[in-house]
Design a protein around this ligand. Structure first.
Ligand code: GTP
Length: 423
């Protein structure tokens, strides 16, 4: 039997996802027509012998309740649970803290997935390779541009033995172009290994505290929190690699991070393209009576799209949105209750919940080229070209052009804006 843990973080994380995470926790933000973590869950549901998925985070308990109820209905053969950390314990701290609950039923292997990624998730292939090589853990890696490798956790891989020989978190100089994807699988013995790391850390903290007391400075509460924090990358993976107990599995499908709000647009496109390849009925089908559908498009059944609108490619239109006559939308996410009036255009953008775009209005961002060029909002103090984002309840008046800008919630925009962050 196998299990999975998805790390969902908490309200103080995902700051780069603002203004969209001001309305909704990042894991529940929709890409490809579904919440970000639904895609992790869907992929896990296809893993052989996987019986339970546990979300670990420090959001309040109610946050994921209705989402998990819906998952329970959709995937009845899997049990779902949300476990709340009492404080932010780091990327391995909660996993270790809840080890007794995770180990209930004696799972042989435990997947761990980050939330802030979109991926083709070849999890059965990952599991097969993990079991074949029999090491304590397997990290899924992907090949990235050599020039952007410093942004990721980098893994030096021995291709013959699949050994992850070194792990370096965001190296300053070039180490490898194999980056950690935030997808891992561990043998159940990982908890014993982590317990040894925690013991060593407890001794170090005790030693440090004794020194601080000797010099008259001590804040026991801070120390207690720090002693329970455990970072998967720096504290566990690095040591596992050094001990030759870590394998690497190369993901050859798609992968990218969902860190900034802008990165939701390429993630949306990747998942819609996947749905198109799989030929699912989930996507809008071209219909001679219109609207004109180009490529991969998702339209929620309650949305109203005028037959003269032209939608796509790579567009998601969510519940109760209204899209008027002659509207053009491509590479965008249109959230619940948005109203886009006659002849407006929404290109490379996200239109936030309850926003209005007036007649002949234009909301336009720049196409995204690579994964590392959209996570910065400004460069050298200047707003960079990127996806255009309207926060919740933004009103764009008739004929107004908003280009490459990020607009915080509840703004009325009566004049054109270009490359601005509007607060
Ligand atoms: P950055 O590039 O600095 O953001 O680091 P990273 O790519 O390693 O990501 P990060 O460590 O911030 O988070 C990876 C995943 O773990 C995300 O899904 C987070 O929501 C989640 N996460 C991060 N810290 C915690 C934590 O303390 N507790 C829990 N439960 N989840 C966490």
């Amino acid at each position: 039997m196998n299990k999975a843990v998805i790390l969902v973080g908490g309200p103080s994380r995902a700051t780069r996802f603002r203004p969209l995470s001001m309305h909704l926790p990042q894991p529940l933000f929709p890409v490809g027509g579904k919440p970000i973590i639904w895609h992790q869950i869907k992929a896990l549901s296809a893993v052989k012998d996987l019986r339970e998925i546990i979300l670990i985070g420090f959001f309040e308990d109610f946050v994921f309740r209705s989402f998990l109820d819906r998952c329970q209905e959709e995937f009845p053969e899997i049990a779902f649970k949300y476990l709340r950390e009492y404080s932010q314990l780091g990327t391995a701290g909660g996993f270790f803290h809840f080890r007794d609950q995770i180990m209930r039923g004696n799972p042989k292997n435990i997947f761990m997935l980050y939330t802030d990624i979109c991926c083709s998730f070849p999890l059965n292939d990952l599991l097969s390779q993990h079991e074949r090589h029999g090491r304590l853990g397997t990290i899924m890696v992907t090949k990235v541009e050599r020039s952007s490798a410093r942004l990721y956790g980098c893994v030096v891989v021995d291709y013959e033995t699949k050994l992850a020989a070194h792990y370096v978190e965001k190296p300053e100089t070039y180490v490898s172009d194999m980056a950690s994807t935030g997808v891992f699988v561990f043998h159940q013995d990982i908890f014993r290994y982590m317990a040894q790391i925690m013991d060593r850390r407890a001794n170090e903290f005790e030693h440090q505290r004794a020194n601080e007391r000797a010099y008259g400075r001590s804040d026991d509460n801070d120390d207690a929190n720090d002693a329970n924090r455990l970072r998967l990358e720096q504290d566990v993976l690095r040591q596992l690699a050094a001990d030759k107990k870590l394998s690497a599995f190369l993901c050859t499908g798609f992968w990218r991070q969902i860190k900034s709000a802008a990165s939701a647009v390429p993630a949306n496109a990747l998942y819609l393209q996947k749905a198109l390849k799989e030929n699912t009925s989930f996507l809008a089908a071209p219909n001679p009576e219109g609207p004109e559908i180009v490529g991969a498009v998702y339209i929620h059944p309650s949305a109203q799209v005028h037959p003269t609108a032209r939608i796509g490619p790579n567009v998601s239109i969510h519940a109760r949105a209204i899209v008027g006559p002659g509207v053009r939308i491509n590479d965008s996410i249109v959230l619940d209750n948005v109203h886009i009036k006659d002849n407006a255009a929404v290109l490379h953008s996200i239109a936030g919940w309850d926003s209005r775009i007036g007649c002949w209005g234009r909301v336009e961002g720049s196409p995204v080229t690579s994964s590392d060029d959209i996570d910065e909002v400004t460069h050298a103090g200047v707003k960079v070209n990127s996806i255009c984002i309207l926060g919740e309840d933004v009103q764009v008046k008739d004929e107004v052009f908003i280009r490459n800008s990020i607009v915080l919630p509840h703004k009325d925009l009566a004049s054109n804006k270009h490359n601005e962050v509007i607060m």
